[in-house]
Design a protein around this ligand. Structure first.
Ligand code: PGA
Length: 229
């Protein structure tokens, strides 16, 4: 498999004009976009493969403000990001609710991408493997279908800091050793046009999850160019 690039556009874009300009500036690209759900249909209609940044644990029903996996699938999305640290932190997402959402995604034929990673304190205390093993075990409890993992150290997201290539390679190997299938594992956290040459040397990485740098189409193109070489 060629390496994949996922772009998590978070809640960065906030007007139709901004999104239209972004889409018009993008060349056809082998990237999977996770736009704000409001703009998901626009990206899909533009021909891009897309995913959603979150889904409800519930089936369609009386759940004000929530978005069902069924509606996301019906809109044409293929993936769903689950367990992102911003949702764990800001919306009190737990490994248990992530587990329910992964099941819901699979029931609706959406491919779940499970985000895992340690915070800075855990990193300095060398607890990364303990933390991610626990996150994986709880989030994937009673799930036998294949999922995708994105390793995103919390302290690397949006900070401009990244672990060393050796550290990432070691953690990715560890994650892969926890699965009985050839699990795809991405790296995310401050990936940019300036560090992608270096990060792309990591031998066992299956792709990158990009946040802020994906918002700038010229940076994104540079990243695509390096990764698809
Ligand atoms: P970042 O975000 O690239 O802006 O650090 C990555 C992510 O949150 O997925």
């Amino acid at each position: 498999m060629n390496k994949l690039i996922l772009v998590n556009l978070k809640m960065y874009q906030s007007t139709k004009e901004e999104v239209d300009n972004y889409l018009n500036n993008l060349k056809e690209s082998p990237v999977i976009f996770f736009p704000s759900v409001i703009y998901l249909e626009k990206f899909i209609n533009h021909g891009f493969v897309c995913g959603c940044q979150n889904i409800s644990i519930n089936d369609p029903g009386a759940y004000t403000s929530e978005i069902s996996a069924k509606s996301i699938k019906d809109m044409g999305a293929k993936y769903v990001l689950l367990g992102h640290s911003e949702i764990r932190q800001n919306l009190s997402e737990t490994d248990e609710s992530i587990n329910l959402k992964i099941k819901k995604a699979l029931d609706n034929n959406l491919k779940p991408i499970l985000c895992i990673g340690e915070n800075y304190e855990e990193y300095t205390q060398m607890m990364t493997k303990i933390i991610i093993k626990r996150q994986i075990e709880k989030a994937l409890k009673d799930i036998t279908e294949e999922v995708i993992i994105s390793y995103e150290p919390v302290w690397a997201i949006g900070t401009g800091k990244t672990p060393t290539n050796n550290e990432i390679e070691d953690i990715l190997n560890y994650i892969k050793s926890l699965f009985n299938y050839d699990v795809k594992v991405f790296y995310g956290g401050s990936v940019s046009k300036d560090n992608i040459n270096e990060l792309n040397k990591i031998k066992n990485v299956d792709g990158f999850l990009i946040g802020k740098a994906g918002l700038d189409t010229s940076s994104l193109e540079k990243i695509i160019e390096v990764v698809s070489k």
